[in-house]
Design a protein around this ligand. Structure first.
Ligand SMILES: [Zn+2]
Length: 69
């Protein structure tokens, strides 16, 4: 009892810190400013193994990412 809550809080705090860092740099936290995300190599080894970042619409900007959340 309570362990999952503590773990959840930890994840959330860690995530908030990561987002703060991205905010200070003006980059999208989902793709680290790249504009696209790589899928795990174990999924498909094809050219389409990366996808347009939906968080920032491919701009890599923190401000575009903020608009989508
Ligand atoms: Zn992005």
């Amino acid at each position: 009892m309570g362990i999952m809550n503590v773990f959840g809080d930890w994840i959330e705090k860690r995530n908030e810190r990561r987002i703060e860092l991205c905010k200070s740099q003006g980059i999208c936290p989902e793709c680290q400013g790249k504009g696209f995300n790589l899928l795990g190599t174990e999924v498909y080894m094809v050219n389409s193994s990366y996808y347009h970042c939906a968080g920032c619409n491919g701009s890599g900007s923190y401000f575009d990412w903020v608009k989508t959340i």
